[in-house]
Design a protein around this ligand. Structure first.
Ligand code: FAD
Ligand code: SF4
Length: 510
């Protein structure tokens, strides 16, 4: 049958079985559409990276002799959504079969099912051949449990894939090296530059501008730094193993104002658009470790493997187990509008100024910046999770809903009431000061809870627990906060709450 096969922008897996044989009856189609620019406002680097990587991918497929239809955003006959474009092309070229790969987003999954339903030709769907697990594996693993514990899923994965195992036991007799890891950066080892590339994407940006795509964030289009091809993704992985892996775990939670990525791999974009697979990443990291045990400790490697076979697969599984309900969960009933400085970084709180500024400049921040600075503040301040999700889904180059919403609404905002994390990731200034150098350069005083220049994180932290006592008091993992609140002198508590109310009343002015 004359077949049309759709490749979505995050399905750039050149090792997919689809491409192993050339077939004159098969045509691939890739579409740049306004539909995908408008479901949320994106960072300009995210738009450019997706389009540039898609164009590269199409070019590679054509070079290998496959037939490819590529619709650019500004092509005259582009109808700007998947359904209309597909229907027009199927009719015009007389295709008798339509196939697609399982989308990772619920929204697109529904849309493609509905398109297939309304087509009069045969349709079929293939796996993306990217993840270690299937969509419903996590759901099946936890059954009807209310809480999903990442650690038990992770151990199951280690066993199942036989990664870092010694028979049935974990290598080194420990599943978790967190106690050795997660140090503040102490200058004991030199920092390495992040690997960057140097693409000129000015023509692409001009096209996006001409089309009136609404975006935010900053870009140097003449020197675009992100990996845009499989080859560059492989180079990034190689660079990571040689230069960053030896200290990845040790400093994975550290933050520095003059070095945005420390020892992080920055592979999330390449991985999420599937230019490189988690299987390849894990295989390479493990073999590199095998050959370099004198310079790389097990703790570093375990820390990294946990992110890829643990967190990443886990989040995807939670997504498919919980959508579409997950999208509207708001356990803490947070309703405050997002402060305007999320869009320009203009706040006197130095940690947020730096982390948001960095996100706007680079479309990237590392896990702890996302979780313990921006996410933590958003939750303490009671920002509406819809606003928080829209911001995260727009700003990060790696943000695709399956991995964005689970991390944001679930892990960082506790809006799921504890499906993903057993307690809210709330902290006062002490944690930020311990893990970063932000406080040293701040207008606010991290040691002060009340009064002039008291760090907002401190009073907001206690206000958060106080105002949510009904919902959180019985959580066994938060006991200490309530013990402390109970012991607090009434005058002291009143002052703290007053300070918090003052800040909450003027979030835009912080
Ligand atoms: P590294 O620190 O080098 O980690 C290696 C890899 O592990 C990453 O590339 C990623 O694939 C995986 N990984 C690590 N942590 C997680 C996690 N919590 N969930 C899923 N995969 C993980 N990641 C995204 O890919 N897209 C998002 O939209 C996204 N939004 C986030 C929002 C919040 C509030 C938080 C707390 C985290 C979010 N993350 C997201 C997870 C994590 O912050 C990023 O994957 C990471 O910062 C990407 O940089 P890296 O490749 O250098 O990661
Ligand atoms: Fe952030 Fe408070 Fe530290 Fe300032 S003092 S950098 S606001 S934690």
């Amino acid at each position: 049958a004359k077949t049309l096969r759709l490749i979505l922008g995050d399905q750039l897996n050149s090792n997919h079985s689809w491409y192993q044989h050339k077939n004159d009856n098969v045509t691939y189609i890739m579409l740049e559409v306004m539909q995908e620019q408008e479901y949320v406002k994106h960072h300009v680097q995210k738009i450019l990276a997706f389009f540039a990587a898609m164009r590269n991918f199409a070019h590679q497929l054509t070079k290998k002799g496959h037939q490819v239809i590529y619709l650019k955003l500004n092509d005259e006959d582009n109808q700007q959504d998947f359904e209309q474009n597909l229907k027009r092309i199927i009719k015009k070229e007389d295709f008798s079969r339509f196939e697609y790969q399982l989308p990772d987003e619920y929204r697109l999954d529904e849309q493609l099912k509905s398109i297939c339903h309304s087509l009069t030709i045969d349709t079929g769907v293939a796996d993306t051949e990217h993840f270690f697990t299937e969509r419903l594996d996590v759901q099946n693993f936890f059954g009807h449990k209310k809480r999903y514990l990442m650690e038990s899923f992770y151990r199951h994965m280690r066993n199942k894939l036989h990664i870092l195992m010694q028979g049935d036991d974990p290598l080194g007799n420990r599943w978790n090296f967190d106690a050795d890891n997660r140090k503040k950066y102490d200058g004991k080892v030199p920092l390495e530059d992040a690997i960057t590339f140097d693409h000129d994407v000015t023509a692409l940006k001009e096209m996006v501008d001409r089309m009136g795509v609404k975006y935010f964030g900053n870009v140097d289009a003449e020197h675009f730094p992100w990996p845009l091809s499989r080859q560059e993704a492989l180079k990034s992985l190689q660079y990571f193993c040689h230069n960053l892996l030896p200290y990845f775990g040790t400093y994975e939670d550290a933050m520095l104002q003059e070095h945005i990525s420390l020892f992080h791999s920055r592979l999330s974009f390449a991985q999420n658009v599937k230019m490189i697979s988690p299987v390849e990443i894990v295989t390479k990291v493990l073999s590199h470790y095998e050959q370099n045990k004198d310079t790389i400790s097990l703790a570093q490697v375990e820390g990294y493997i946990r992110q890829v076979i643990g967190w990443r697969e886990f989040m995807r599984g939670v997504y498919w187990a919980q959508m579409p309900d997950f999208e509207s969960l708001n356990f803490l009933n947070h309703k405050t509008e997002i402060p305007h400085w999320y869009w320009d970084g203009n706040t006197k709180m130095n940690c947020l100024h730096k982390c948001i500024g960095q996100s706007l400049d680079h479309a990237w921040a590392h896990h702890i910046q996302r979780l313990m600075v921006i996410g933590n503040f958003s939750m303490l301040a009671g920002i509406n999770p819809d606003d928080v999700d829209a911001w995260y889904l727009g700003v990060y180059i790696d943000a695709i809903q399956w991995v964005e919403i689970t991390n944001t609404r679930g892990m960082s905002q506790f809006a799921d009431g504890g499906i993903i994390g057993s307690k809210p990731y709330a902290s006062s200034a002490a944690y930020i000061n311990k893990m970063s150098d932000y406080c040293k350069h701040c207008h606010y005083d991290y040691k002060k809870k009340v009064g002039d220049r008291a760090c907002p994180f401190n009073s907001l932290y206690w206000n958060f627990f106080e105002r949510n006592a009904e919902k959180l008091l019985n959580n066994p993992r938060i006991g200490m906060a309530y013990v402390t609140l109970k012991k607090m002198k009434p005058e002291e508590k009143a002052l703290l709450m007053e300070q918090a109310e003052k800040y909450l009343g003027d979030l835009n002015g912080l």
